[in-house]
Design a protein around this ligand. Structure first.
Ligand code: SF4
Length: 665
């Protein structure tokens, strides 16, 4: 008999779609977007649709595996539990908890992806990363400026007269923002894209302003300079809600459009017009992408833009804002992980960008065992040359995944992960969508697959750990959802079934900062931030000049997200050589032609790529999509493990390379 259930997209995406899934005889036979979803309205992207192919993929891992020599052999869960219980206990006794590496990322976005961390908290602690591979510098910047990163309700963009997409490419990464923008443009909204690359999004809108990578801060400061010179500062807003204007005014005086032209490559007249258009449009919104903060000066880039928006008075009003993320969910969901932190008495951290370097530095105690879930660090971490080398040396490694990824291939035990269709969970993103998805269980997992949540509950039982605070999925989800169920009791009948049957829009902040109650120490937007000062940064947003690769590595390498795949997910069958996109001038400089195979050489390693000429790419820039596995060529063998100025963000885009002829030609 057929039935229909609602399943969330589990990917690390701005939009958080929910699917209507048709099930027959414990098989998913259909997947479509839910037309009743308040944001996504039934439209899902190729990445979401591919989940069905992945569920039925013949390469899906279906059994626990253990490495024997160079091969993997099947092993029972009982044997796995015995082995891990024994190893964890003896490592804890001999070396202490911090000899355990707990690596959990966001490859699966449900609340249950915290189970590994809860387990290790209750076991007494571990070593894990802090900072971010993704968005940390921007979050830290907006915390200094506003007290938190908050975004407007997506549909509010229809109220904007002008929208600046600053380093954001929604056509590839957030299709529902793209369709809202198309609707807005039909109503007369002017959409401007500022990006070093003429992206698919830039091609679809009125104006593209190409900018030299890592110089966004200088452009924002110069626009602020124009606002001041042209008397376009919203002085009432600044007087009432902004701290540090006079100091900022003195600082930006040097960033005339002519000075900024030399830094950004944007004509001074264009900067002036852009600034004036932004100031007089009422209201005007800025949407920032995450790429812009993946530089050593990334946090300051965002702080400069926040300050510009504050001067224009475009904060806290309908159709305005500096939209980067929407960190407004915390009061609506409990975090059992946070609660379990009290049991973690021995902890150690390293920066997310520095996994390889951390291991190479021979920490004391050494890492004796590693657990990896919801992540593929041997593809996604920067400086893979060091990371792969050092990760391989760890005595014992356990990896959960759907497929034999490059990380799993280096493991001693590989455990098959459940798909989102095979368990119920709650999904809420802090990236863009304000809609919370309850995800129903559509089918049972194969009988040989124990979902991670149940795995760790059982392992805890086996090891006598009784502090998890739950012993079933329903108990855990009820705990997570408790604030939501109690605050919205009339709508959701105080239970998860109620939550499954309706959508919850997080209504706290439809218009970010509408109440002007900023969460900074002064209660104002802090262009001058003493918190930043106390953290060893400049109190004012600064323009920090971009890095350069020098004569040996003259090309900046940008490694962005592909259209149809999320990070390294969905690349299991990809064996093609990755494409290197460069413009004609760069090709001429390196004497390469379209279709040539070249070595793209970073400081420690090289990969082979096929040249494609594309005038959309900025000068002296090499552009490649990230996510390819080692078998075709992972770009992170070329990236460097630099860290941004704030938030511990991986500064992937401060990586430099050169081109050499391929040995295979
Ligand atoms: S990846 Fe994003 S846009 Fe695509 S289906 Fe998932 S949530 Fe929707």
């Amino acid at each position: 008999m057929k039935k229909q259930v609602y399943v969330s997209c589990p990917m690390d995406c701005f939009d958080l779609c929910r699917f209507r899934v048709t099930v027959e005889n414990n098989r998913v036979i259909g997947l479509q977007g839910d037309p009743d979803h308040p944001l996504t309205r039934g439209v899902v992207c190729r990445k979401g649709k591919k989940l069905l192919e992945q569920l039925a993929h013949p390469g899906r891992l279906r059994h626990p595996l253990m490495k024997k020599g160079d091969a993997f052999v099947q092993i029972s869960y009982d044997r796995v539990f015995d082995l891990l219980a024994e190893k964890l206990s003896s490592i804890k006794e001999r070396y202490g908890n911090t000899a355990i590496l707990n690596y959990t990322s966001d490859g699966y976005g449900g609340t249950k992806n915290r189970i590994q961390s809860i387990f290790f908290n209750c076991f007494g602690g571990d070593t894990r990363f802090e900072g971010s591979l993704c968005w940390g510098a921007g979050i830290a910047a907006q915390k200094y400026d506003f007290g938190a990163a908050r975004g407007h309700l997506p549909q509010d963009i229809l109220n904007s007269k002008l929208v600046i997409l600053w380093g954001r490419n929604p056509k590839f990464t957030s299709i529902h923002l793209q369709s809202l923008l198309v609707r807005a443009r039909k109503k007369g909204t002017h959409v401007i894209v500022i990006d070093p690359v003429k992206t698919a999004t830039a091609k679809s809108f009125n104006t593209h302003i190409p900018i030299a990578p890592s110089t966004d801060g200088a452009l924002a400061l110069s626009m602020a300079n124009v606002l001041i010179q042209e008397n376009l500062v919203d002085s009432t807003f600044v007087r009432d809600h902004v701290k540090g204007f006079e100091r900022f005014k003195a600082y930006v005086a040097r960033f005339t459009p002519e000075v900024a032209q030399k830094i950004t490559g944007i004509d001074a007249a264009v900067i002036k017009t852009l600034a004036m258009d932004y100031a007089v449009a009422d209201p005007a919104a800025i949407y920032i992408g995450y790429g812009m903060q993946r530089y050593e000066n990334g946090g300051n880039n965002i702080r400069c833009i926040d300050a510009l928006a504050a001067l224009a008075g475009h904060i806290g009003k309908r159709g305005g804002g500096v939209n980067y993320a929407s960190k407004s969910l915390a009061p609506f969901l409990n975090s059992p992980e946070k609660k379990s932190q009290r049991f973690a008495t021995e902890t150690r951290t390293f920066l997310a960008a520095k996994l390889g370097a951390f291991l190479e530095d021979e920490p004391d105690p050494p890492i004796k065992i590693a657990f990896v879930a919801s992540g593929n660090p041997l593809v996604q971490s920067p400086d893979l040359f060091t990371t792969v080398q050092q990760f391989s040396k760890i005595d014992f490694k356990v990896v959960f995944d759907h497929f034999m990824t490059d990380t799993a291939a280096h493991a001693d035990i590989v455990l098959p992960a459940a798909f989102v269709f095979e368990q119920e969970d709650i999904f809420a993103t802090s990236m863009y969508s304000h809609v919370l998805n309850f995800s129903q269980k559509a089918i049972d997992p194969p009988h040989t697959v124990l979902p991670e949540f149940e795995f760790f509950v059982k392992l805890a039982g086996r090891m006598g750990i009784d502090t998890l605070g739950f012993d079933s999925s329903a108990q855990y989800l009820n705990r997570c959802a408790r604030p939501l169920l109690t605050q919205t009791k009339t709508v959701f009948d105080r239970d998860l079934a109620g939550l499954a049957s309706a959508y919850v829009q997080i209504k706290a902040h439809d218009i970010a900062w509408e109440d002007k109650q900023f969460l900074t120490p002064s209660g104002k937007i802090e262009i001058y931030s003493e918190r930043a000062l106390a953290d060893g940064l400049d109190a004012l947003p600064q323009f920090i000049p971009p890095l350069a690769g020098g004569l040996k590595f003259p090309l900046r390498l940008l490694t962005c997200k592909a259209k149809d795949r999320m990070h390294s997910q969905g690349f299991m069958d990809e064996t093609k050589t990755p494409i290197l996109y460069i413009n004609g001038k760069t090709a001429e400089d390196f004497k390469v032609h379209p279709g040539d195979r070249v070595r793209v050489c970073g400081k420690k390693a090289w990969i082979e790529a096929m040249v494609c000429l594309d005038e959309a790419i900025y000068e002296n820039t090499a552009f490649m999509y990230q996510g390819y596995w080692h078998k075709s060529g992972a770009v992170n063998f070329l990236t460097e493990s630099r860290v941004s100025d704030m938030g511990g963000q991986a500064a992937y885009y401060d990586s430099f390379c050169t081109l050499k002829p391929s040995v295979f030609v």
